[in-house]
Design a protein around this ligand. Structure first.
Ligand SMILES: [Ca+2]
Ligand SMILES: [Ca+2]
Ligand SMILES: [Ca+2]
Ligand SMILES: [Ca+2]
Length: 686
């Protein structure tokens, strides 16, 4: 070996003045222990786009998580996929819950009149007690409303906005719903939701979960061995809360509020007091008004909500549409043009379930009653319960609105939602999309799969052009055939929560995500069988598997699913990294199931099913690592889903699921060959 003498080397080194300094290594920031395309590196490199090579996506509960985390920590992700979620816009969602699922009770006067006539409040067949509006499925004989008060689909410009009232929670047809979502199941979901977000129906300084005046013992430990006994004990011992003021039903405090039990033995969303299990499920998050003083919530007795000061939701003009000059129900239904509509007038301030500047309100505190001195009363400002305000602040739309513009420009977003989803996800996602489009004009909406660019004759996931140029940085697919509106329930399952299109939805999501990161050769096809891919055992289990790990954050063992790309074990790839995509499942799903569902993506990362691509030797999906995150409840954590959130409503030390997700990402990035953040010149991205 030839040795260069030190003085010779020294002589060969040019003087410092002549040296072109090496380009400074970009310094990526760190967020939650993960390298990030933080603002400093993005701002310092306007001619490049920063890629973290991470993407987030989820469905239903998980779609809310993907949008919440993706928009609150945009420097960590390149692409966010939000599938079929009612949690896309927290404000709209809770507005819907309050005005629909938790409402529909007769007025104080109507109920008192019925009592004065000696009528039972526990009689669903009494026509005088029908004050709610709700959709019905299945349709009663002949397709006609069976009783006064029943109403078929409530139409708006978006096909249908299904309506529920407290005693009738709409579930729609079984087809396309995905999961049974019975009344008992929905009660569990609301318990979990409010355990995660905190109770949004009241302000209670003593508890972030229980209504004011309800003691800590009014709680069933989820999945405890003696769960049934706990429930029976609570239902036999309702709590009585005197002087629970409420503007609508208890303005003088003369009635007692009570805790109550609900439930059904059937696969239904309805409450029937004659059902043998009608009063077996404690509703921990709400109180009812015991107007007839019998110690239980009768069918017609109202559930109370005291979470914001009362206001006139009439728009800034303070005038209801019917009173606006020129009103005509047919030809001029909204003279001032301020009626809210999720599609046609998302900026409308009348009937948008939100207190807008200029709308009059009662400065009487959250109970709406004068001289009770409760939270917010007489302070000259419009007040919400702090828990409600916090939930609104943490809405995906609020996070998106707070993002720096350079992150808005960096991020690609995929949204989908069914136009006949029993949970009204399209209507809610419309509200989020409006926020997104306001900041990112390059956002496009597509009605049903056939309208995606490049699809001419029947939909297959590999047909559309998923590029930014064709679909926009933000693309929103509203699935379900809009041509059949308004007779929405005639089409069984089309446009429902999961829909008949669930496989198309998954492949379309992954195709979008794949197209939004430079492939850098990860789309070169491999022919042959699995044997040719050289994995440790030569079986698919090498690529698709579950991993147990110890979570320090949660203090327990957890599990995640993995899908490794087909070339992961090839010798020539051992120095190569891959993008990583995290997927959050919804309630009624689990990590085992979603890991299995993800397996069909594997062949599409290996070669194409499309003739021209097959000939060109490219794949349909670029190769990436997919991680399936577990959102299920273990032990007493919750009932059906943890929302991947750090809990506000329940003791949080073992319920820090958001912190646990960041821990999981750190573990994944140490365990697999995940690509590091990278700056790519814009010219290379054309
Ligand atoms: Ca009662
Ligand atoms: Ca309003
Ligand atoms: Ca108005
Ligand atoms: Ca106030």
């Amino acid at each position: 070996m030839r040795r260069i003498l030190p003085f010779v080397v020294a002589a060969l080194v040019p003087t410092a003045a002549c040296v072109e300094p090496p380009p400074a290594e970009p310094v990526f920031g760190e967020v939650n222990g993960l390298p990030a395309c933080d603002q400093a590196v993005v701002d310092a490199n306007p001619d490049k786009r920063c890629f973290t090579w991470r993407a987030l996506a989820g469905v239903s509960m998980g779609g809310g998580t993907a949008s919440r985390l993706g928009f609150s920590e945009p420097s960590l992700y390149d692409v966010v996929g939000v599938m079929g979620t009612p949690f896309a816009d927290t404000e709209f969602f809770f507005g819907m819950l309050e005005r629909s699922h938790l409402s529909g009770f007769c007025s104080k006067e109507v109920l008192e009149a019925a009592m004065a006539r000696g009528e039972s409040l526990d009689d669903p067949s009494n026509p005088a007690l029908q004050c709610g509006i709700h959709d019905v499925w299945p349709l009663p004989d002949g397709g006609e409303p069976a009783r006064p008060g029943y109403q078929l689909a409530v139409e708006d410009s978006q096909c249908s906005m299904f309506q529920s009232d407290f005693n009738h929670w709409y579930r729609g047809p079984d087809e396309g719903r995905g999961g049974s979502f019975t009344r008992n199941g929905l009660i569990e979901i609301v318990h979990d939701l409010l355990a995660a977000y905190g109770n949004l129906l009241y302000h209670n300084p003593e508890s972030s979960f229980l209504p004011p005046g309800v003691d800590e013992a009014w709680h069933v430990v989820p999945h405890a061995d003696d769960e049934a006994q706990q429930k029976a004990s609570l239902c036999a011992n309702p709590r009585v809360i005197p002087s629970f003021y409420n503007a609508e039903w208890n303005p003088d405090g003369s009635y007692d509020a009570i805790t109550f039990c609900d439930g059904t033995s059937g696969r239904t969303g309805d409450y029937d007091p004659q059902d043998p299990q009608a009063r077996t499920v404690p509703v921990e998050f709400a109180v009812a008004l015991d107007m007839n003083g019998n110690g239980m919530r009768d069918w017609a007795e109202p559930v109370l909500i005291n979470n914001r000061e009362r206001w006139r939701d009439l728009g800034a003009d303070g005038v209801a549409s019917v009173d606006e000059p020129g009103f005509n129900a047919i030809t001029n239904p909204d003279p001032a043009g301020d009626d809210f509509d999720t599609l046609q007038n998302p900026e409308g301030s009348e009937a948008n379930l939100r207190h807008d500047e200029g709308e009059s309100y009662d400065d009487l505190g959250l109970d709406g009653v004068a001289d009770t001195g409760d939270f917010g009363e007489g302070n000259g400002a419009y007040d919400l319960a702090p828990s409600l305000q916090r939930a609104f602040d943490r809405s995906p739309g609020a996070y998106f609105n707070a993002m720096p513009q350079s992150q808005v420009d960096r991020l690609d977003v995929w949204l989908d939602a069914g136009i006949r989803d029993f949970l009204n996800t399209a209507q809610i996602t419309n509200a989020l999309f409006h926020d997104l489009q306001t900041r990112q004009p390059d956002a496009k909406v597509f009605n049903n799969f056939d309208s995606l660019p490049g699809v001419t004759d029947g939909y297959i996931y590999y047909l559309p052009d998923y590029s930014r140029a064709a679909m926009g940085k933000i693309a929103y697919l509203r699935y379900g055939d809009p041509a059949v509106c308004p007779a929405s329930d005639d089409v069984l399952g089309d446009g429902n929560h999961v829909g008949p299109d669930v496989v198309d939805r998954m492949f379309t999501l992954f195709s979008f995500m794949s197209s939004r990161m430079p492939a850098q050769g990860r789309d070169v096809a491999y022919g042959g069988g699995i044997d040719d891919m050289e994995s440790p055992t030569g079986r698919l289990q090498d690529f698709s598997f579950l991993v147990d790990y110890d979570s320090e954050v949660l203090g327990t063992s957890k599990q995640y699913g993995v899908l490794l790309p087909p070339d992961y074990f090839l010798p020539e790839m051992q120095e190569q990294g891959y993008p990583v995509l995290y997927f959050f499942h919804g309630q009624g799903m689990d990590v085992q199931g979603t890991t299995a569902i993800g397996l069909p993506l594997w062949p599409s990362m290996k070669e194409s099913a499309r003739t021209d691509r097959l000939q060109a030797g490219v794949t349909d999906l670029q190769r990436a690592i997919i991680i399936f995150v577990d959102g299920n409840c273990v032990g007493d954590e919750c009932w059906t889903g943890n929302f991947y959130a750090d809990f506000e409503g329940m003791p949080s030390e073992h319920r820090r699921f958001e912190a646990a997700f960041f821990e999981l990402q750190r573990i994944v990035e140490q365990s697999y060959r995940v690509k590091k953040p990278e700056l790519i010149p814009l010219a290379e991205l054309q």
